[in-house]
Ligand binder design. Sequence first.
Ligand code: DX5
Ligand code: ZN
Length: 219
Amino acid sequence: MKPIIAPSILAADFANLQSEIELLNQSAGEWIHCDIMDGRFVPNISFGLPVLEAVHKHARKPLDVHLMIAEPHLYIEQFQKAGATNITVHYEVCPHLHRVIEQIKSAGCKAGVALNPHTPVGLLEDIITDLDLVLIMSVNPGFGGQKFIPHTYAKVAALRELIQAKKAHALIQVDGGVNTETAPLLVEQGANVLVAGSFVFQAADPLQTILHLHNLASY
Ligand code: DX5
Ligand code: ZN
């Protein structure tokens, strides 16, 4: 199978968001990745619910919402109403992770957990069978355009082993520094979903770039 490409609109032109979304509607990208940052969990503020609603109005693909916010349990239902298909919360901000995952599923969304670069995949041992998605951060969350952290390859491989050992079904998603160099190596280690922001939107031909990332490797 070929990886799902989830272009991140964090790198899009926010002044022309409608045309950026229409471009993604025509692309080989299967999901639209939406990065929500609160200036508390991460040292940056991106966009929130009203912008997500506006994106949803034009999007013809599932919205893959990556919550980089503290206390995400306070906002799950609002993000579902704003149009989220997948909701991913960070392990580092959820002392009651199992409860939040149940909350996301009760809201009718697919549930994901994101791990910061320093957070080991082994910590998911007792929850992996409940998850639809695990997002491995390959940069420190908060900004697009950062350098890929090479230790990510080993984490993807370890997560694939954990998923197999537990007979779980979670997809493995990688976010940060994805390009034509890192993408095939990630897929080789077991990645199923690749998020790409600046590599797509800074390209001369974003549509071609998305298609290229999609076709580079299979698993
Ligand atoms: C970073 C975000 C990413 C970001 C990736 O905190 O979670 O989704 O948009 O950007 P690139 O692909 O430029 O590294
Ligand atoms: Zn993201």
